[in-house]
Write a protein that binds this ligand. Structure first.
Ligand code: CAA
Length: 258
């Protein structure tokens, strides 16, 4: 399918999805949201893809939901279309690992999209924020929920109530992003991380993603049980035999996703 708001490249088992609405700082309009979901679902079912990276431009990962598109919408419009419900649910349903490579602004829906990914690698130019309060609304794609789990109540309240931006250093210190690198190195770092993931057994990578994500939904005891049962189930795979044999034989493992 030909996309107009994103660019998709597949190289060395990594699908790179670049948000591409430069005139609107990659604001998430309905077309971009739809195209992004299709690209993610294509990557998820493409055997050649083992990891996904979502990025934007040097200036903006995404400056939020498209304010122009939303400005005249009524409650009935957004409630009946369940605005942002499908984007949230369809990104959450992707089973392959997704890395967000963020430079510049990641605001509102942009910050929330980054948080929907499995982890965030940030350029030192990145700026995160939930400024929806300045528009007379609140976050609608996880800014009051996921951000609070990442950075804690006090900082999340601060961001959601004042609308202030957090720079990359503060975002790393607060646990929102996993690493910060110089802007020039962002894509090298993100693609390198994706390559590393692509080398693992897909079964282990998907199971690890599933287990970490369950930690957000379950009490500790239930989460520990879920993890242990998935860990046990990995012993039914050929990749477990191969991974452990390779370690003992001091050679690189050749995983076959079986
Ligand atoms: N929606 C639509 N267009 C946007 C946009 C957005 N979220 N953010 C920026 N743009 C557009 C601007 O309107 C401008 O277009 P024109 O040249 O046609 O006027 C262009 O992108 C460049 O933007 P600026 O001139 O404003 O650039 P700047 O460098 O001066 O400022 C900025 C950059 C601080 C990111 C500023 O653009 C800004 O504050 N943007 C809005 C951020 C925001 O409020 N995001 C939350 C949206 S609501 C939401 O996301 C809800 C949700 O939870 C899902």
């Amino acid at each position: 399918m030909a996309f107009e708001t994103i660019i998709v490249e597949i190289e060395d088992h990594v699908a790179l999805i670049k948000l591409d609405r430069p005139d609107a700082l990659n604001a998430l309009n309905s077309q971009l949201a739809q195209e992004l979901c299709i690209a993610l679902e294509d990557a998820d079912t493409n055997d050649k893809v083992r990891c996904i990276v979502i990025t934007g431009s040097d200036k903006a990962f995404a400056a939020g939901a498209d304010i122009k598109e939303m400005s005249e919408m009524s409650f009935v419009d957004v409630y009946s279309s369940n605005l942002f419900g499908a984007l949230n649910d369809r990104v959450c349903a992707i089973r392959k690992p997704i890395i967000a490579a963020v430079a510049g602004y990641a605001l509102g829906g942009g910050c929330e999209l980054a948080m929907l990914c499995d982890f965030i690698i940030a350029a030192d130019t990145a700026k995160f924020g939930q400024p929806e309060i300045n528009l007379g609304v609140i976050a609608g794609l996880g800014g009051s929920q996921r951000l609070t789990r990442f950075v804690g109540k006090s900082k999340s309240m601060d961001m959601n109530l004042t609308g202030r931006f957090m720079d990359a250093e503060e975002a790393e210190r607060s646990g929102l992003v996993s690493r910060v690198v110089p802007a020039k190195k962002l894509m090298e770092e993100a693609m390198g991380a994706a390559q590393k993931i692509a080398e693992k057994s897909q079964l282990s990578a998907m199971a690890a993603k599933e287990a970490v994500n369950r930690s957000y939904e379950l009490p500790l005891g239930e989460g520990m049980l879920f993890e242990r049962r998935v860990f046990h189930s990995m012993f039914a795979t050929e990749d477990q035999k191969e991974g452990m044999a390779a370690f003992l034989e001091k050679r690189a493992a050749q995983f076959r996703d079986k």
